[in-house]
Design a protein around this ligand. Structure first.
Ligand code: LMR
Length: 330
């Protein structure tokens, strides 16, 4: 009898131990939330991060990627990250100005001539410094992800700054873009990305500005009259994580995730130009909106109209940082 009892006790102990063991072995689930389509530079980079991280940390980590504002939209994602409800997000640099005014340098009109200049700046000491500039707010930047240059679209025929006077623009939550529209005599409405298509379609706003890949993947060109290839700004992202969560990770997991992030960054930034080129071609082929390229003289008119914006933000951003960004055009 006693022998039977002992055997039963041993079996129970083994079962309990096995269960504890398996719960320790369960993978850490990390969530990556973003607002764009999967077939965009950011969408593709997030999926690449999942693939590499799960391969490097087999059985230890599961990465769940939520695209198209499925889990959190613009208004909630930063808050959700700080509450650790999601572990990675990659908002547009225009969405960080509440956390560090210096980051507004990226939104200054025509500050970068092209994506090469953006790459030069983000890999410079000044650019890299911004990744850790929000640590006191518990936000740690792990890298810059590129989308592309921004273009302007409207529900009427436009070419010059005077043509957008009086139009209502959807803008990202950026004070620089608010002043940008003011300088043009247009009005600005800050709005989450997920609401833009409907707002354009129903006439809540007349115009918007974004990269080709966002315009195409969200079908903005189907509800706009004209798109001008203005290249007036850059759409780039910072991948951020919750610093406390990140620092509390087991060292091997943190190392694997950091490596996966670096590889996904190189992959996404490597395909970003091509993805935007393809999107531009698809918009033109679709023929719903007229696509215009500006002559150098027309581009100069846009630049002139927008110079007052620099004066307004010079103090908050710092003249040195503006100069460093401008120097990256060489
Ligand atoms: C927008 O709000 O227009 C963009 O920031 C969306 C994105 O993440 O590219």
């Amino acid at each position: 009898m006693l022998k039977k009892l002992n055997t039963a006790l041993l079996a129970i102990t083994l079962l309990v131990t096995a269960n504890i063991g398996s719960s320790f072995a369960a993978p850490i689930v990390v969530k990556f939330s973003h607002v764009v389509a999967e077939n965009t530079p950011k969408g593709a980079a997030a999926l690449k991060f999942k693939e590499i991280a799960e391969q490097k940390l087999k059985g230890k980590v599961e990465v769940q990627v939520f695209a198209n504002s499925q889990l959190f939209g613009d208004a909630k994602e930063m808050e959700a990250l700080l509450l650790n409800d999601v572990q990675f997000i990659a908002p547009s640099l225009s969405k960080f100005d509440r956390y560090t005014p210096k980051i507004q340098v990226f939104d200054l009109p025509f500050i970068f001539n092209d994506m090469k200049a953006v790459e030069n700046f983000t890999s410079s000491k000044a650019g890299k410094g911004l990744l850790t500039s929000m640590e006191d707010k518990n936000l740690l930047g792990l890298g810059y992800w590129f989308n592309g240059m921004r273009q302007i679209s409207a529900n009427k025929d436009i070419t010059l700054p005077k043509d957008v006077k009086g139009l209502k623009f959807r803008i990202q939550p950026s004070d620089v873009y608010n002043s940008f529209m003011k300088a043009l005599g247009a009005s600005a409405q800050k709005m989450a990305f997920a609401e833009v298509y409907q707002a354009l379609q129903t006439g809540v706003v007349d115009a918007q500005e974004n990269s080709w890949s966002n315009i195409y993947s969200k079908k903005f060109h189907e509800v706009q009259n004209t798109i001008i290839e203005s290249n007036h700004g850059v759409l780039s992202y910072m991948v951020v994580t919750n610093k406390k969560w990140w620092n509390g990770l087991p060292k091997d997991i943190q190392k694997g995730l950091a490596e996966a992030m670096d590889e996904a960054t190189a992959y996404g930034n490597g395909i970003s130009n091509q993805k935007n080129e393809e999107a531009k071609k698809a918009v033109i082929a679709d023929g719903k909106a007229k696509v215009k390229t500006l002559t150098p003289a027309q581009a100069t008119e846009w630049k002139k109209a927008l110079t007052p914006v620099y004066k307004e933000f010079e103090g908050a951003i710092g003249k040195d940082l503006i100069a460093a960004a401008q120097a990256s055009n060489k």
